[in-house]
Design a protein around this ligand. Structure first.
Ligand code: DGP
Length: 141
């Protein structure tokens, strides 16, 4: 659902909705997902209420990038797992349901619990790839 007003994650960050908090600093908040793919499934959220990743400020991006490996390591240690996925959805067609940037850290257990891989891929079309890579490079200048 594409909600108006403060996102459910802003309400959680502000303490208006309870959560199982695992981490907080000035710019980042992390807590357990209410509907986990596996035990320990954690959401890492910038306090800045950007709806999708490309809109997030450099300051918040740096802050979240800096703590993601550390929180991942803590999730692995706490759950006794050695493998995990990081998932980050942007837009309703890309499976985003809460419109406040968040990274999922999803432990993968030896018994298979965790994320499965339903995605389809096909070999790159090199002509198209060369064109798109060139366009991406131009937009990064
Ligand atoms: P996504 O599909 O990437 O937008 O994932 C949103 C996740 O947010 C989903 O896995 C469930 C989780 N979620 C939604 N509402 C709440 C809530 O109120 N509390 C917690 N802890 N997690 C929530």
């Amino acid at each position: 659902m594409d909600e108006e007003g403060p996102s459910i994650f802003s309400l959680i960050i502000n303490g208006e909705i309870p959560c199982h908090r695992v981490y907080e600093d000035d710019l980042v908040f992390a807590f357990l997902d209410i509907n986990p793919f596996s035990p320990g499934h954690t959401l890492v959220v910038p306090k800045e209420p950007a709806r999708t990743l490309e809109k997030l400020s450099s300051e918040s991006s740096q802050a979240i990038g800096a703590v993601l490996p550390r929180i991942s390591q803590a999730v692995l240690k706490a759950t006794g797992t050695k493998e995990f996925n990081v998932l980050q959805n942007n837009g309703p067609n890309a499976f985003q349901s809460v419109f406040h940037v968040h990274f999922h850290i999803i432990p993968k257990y030896e018994d298979g619990r965790g994320l499965s891989w339903p995605f389809k891929s096909s070999p790159i079309d090199h002509e198209e790839g060369a064109r798109i890579a060139s366009e991406i490079r131009e937009h990064l200048i």
